[in-house]
Design a protein around this ligand. Structure first.
Ligand code: SAH
Length: 371
């Protein structure tokens, strides 16, 4: 496996068994004089058999289970609400042990299901179009709280006999502001002794935390990196993403270029199309010039409107014209297929809605009554 060797230095004390990458678990066991193969048994029990509790790791001796229970819990977030869209998208609202709520979304594709995970309770990046940042940042998630979302999704899919093949780290929060937990999470879910999700099948999206882009390139992972650009000029990007004041476009693009040179991997630039704001032909032409020097593709994202935000989705002809200008300029363009727009599946929308008393509960047919 490509080396995810950097030890997460700033992590909180592991609390959950799901917080531990394989090597950390091995070290813990070694300290207690346990044989190394116990780590393999535990990973198999947790991630392949998907044991619901430490007690249920029945191939371990009783004394070891007792010691594990003394030292760790297993995250079992409670499902507070579940929205199911006609296209099969399932959005879970999960309550963590301290009562904070997060969202996890399961999406369906021709090539199988994927899950979108949350890395922080809230967000402090402050993008002016986004629902996730409305209440600010409450706290970071532990690695295990991110892992538990993947397990929640996989358990749900187990009932259909389907294996989760892909992960997008595009839920609530900025993964590069919870960097160490995100990296530990990647180590855990890609470990072939556990869930074994292919690194190439994982995408991490960042709003452009420049120093972390350099760090991430150093890890030597095959995980894909996506960067939220959303505007071709500093003036406009700062208006949409205040983080641009701290990390302006020139720095972001230099980091993107360095990432590509270091990893030899194509970077994805995400671009949300907001009607009348960043969807004009001059924006498309400026965007083409901006990204041309970088081995990249542009992923156009039709905006999923957020009631609290003043933006609207770009009209379909604008989206097509925007795409054509980029393609004529030789840029590789993809368009994000939309999932679950009827259930407000864009980042933070369900959580934002539940910040007020729980009004949208699962209807009898599994489809929410609103919208
Ligand atoms: N904080 C990270 C990852 C989370 S958001 C980031 O900013 O990249 C994943 C992507 O969804 C980002 O490109 C984000 O800008 C975009 N996004 C946020 N709100 C959206 C909405 N209402 N409709 C469409 N895309 C949205």
């Amino acid at each position: 496996m490509a080396a995810l060797t950097q030890e997460p230095a700033l992590l909180p004390e592991p609390k959950s068994l799901y917080d531990l990458p394989y090597e950390a678990l091995e070290a813990w066991l070694k300290e207690r004089g346990e044989p190394a193969y116990r780590a393999r048994q535990i990973f198999h029990g947790l991630y392949v058999r998907r044991a619901p509790s430490i007690e249920a790791l029945t191939d371990l001796p009783k004394a070891l289970r007792a010691a594990l229970k003394e030292a760790f819990v297993l995250d079992r977030p409670t499902e507070v609400a579940r929205d199911v869209a006609p296209d099969g998208t399932i959005k879970l609202l999960l309550a963590l042990e301290d009562g904070e709520m997060i969202e996890t979304v399961i999406m369906r594709h021709r090539y199988g299901p994927s899950v979108c995970v949350t890395t922080q309770v809230g967000c402090r990046i402050g993008c002016t179009f986004c629902a996730s940042t409305l209440g600010g940042l409450k706290r970071n998630l532990r690695p295990g709280e991110i892992v538990a979302q993947v397990l929640a999704a996989q358990r749900l899919l187990d009932a259909e006999g389907v294996r989760l093949g892909r992960i997008v780290v595009m839920g609530i929060g900025e993964p590069f502001e919870n960097y160490d937990a995100t990296v530990a999470f990647l180590r855990i879910v890609t470990d072939p002794r556990g869930l074994g999700i292919g690194q190439r099948h994982i995408t991490v999206s960042t709003s452009g935390i420049v120093p972390r882009i350099y760090d991430f390139a150093e890890l030597g992972l095959q995980v894909r990196l996506a960067l939220s650009l959303h505007a071709p000029t500093d003036e406009l990007r700062t208006r949409l993403m205040p983080i641009n004041k701290k990390y302006p476009l020139a720095d972001v693009m230099t980091a993107a270029k360095a990432y590509v040179e270091k990893t030899r991997r194509r970077i994805t630039f995400e671009y949300i199309l907001l009607g009348g704001v960043n969807d004009r032909p001059e924006h498309a032409r400026a965007l083409a010039e901006l990204v041309r020097p970088v081995f990249s593709l542009v992923n156009l994202i039709p905006y999923n409107p957020v009631p609290e935000r003043p933006y609207v989705r770009a009209p379909e002809p604008e989206i097509r014209r925007f795409r054509a200008i980029l393609e004529d300029a030789g840029i590789v363009v993809t368009r994000r297929r939309e999932h679950g727009t009827t259930i407000a599946a864009a980042c933070g929308q369900l959580r934002a809605r539940h910040a007020v008393p729980l009004t949208v509960r699962l209807g009898a047919a599994g489809v929410p009554s609103e919208r």
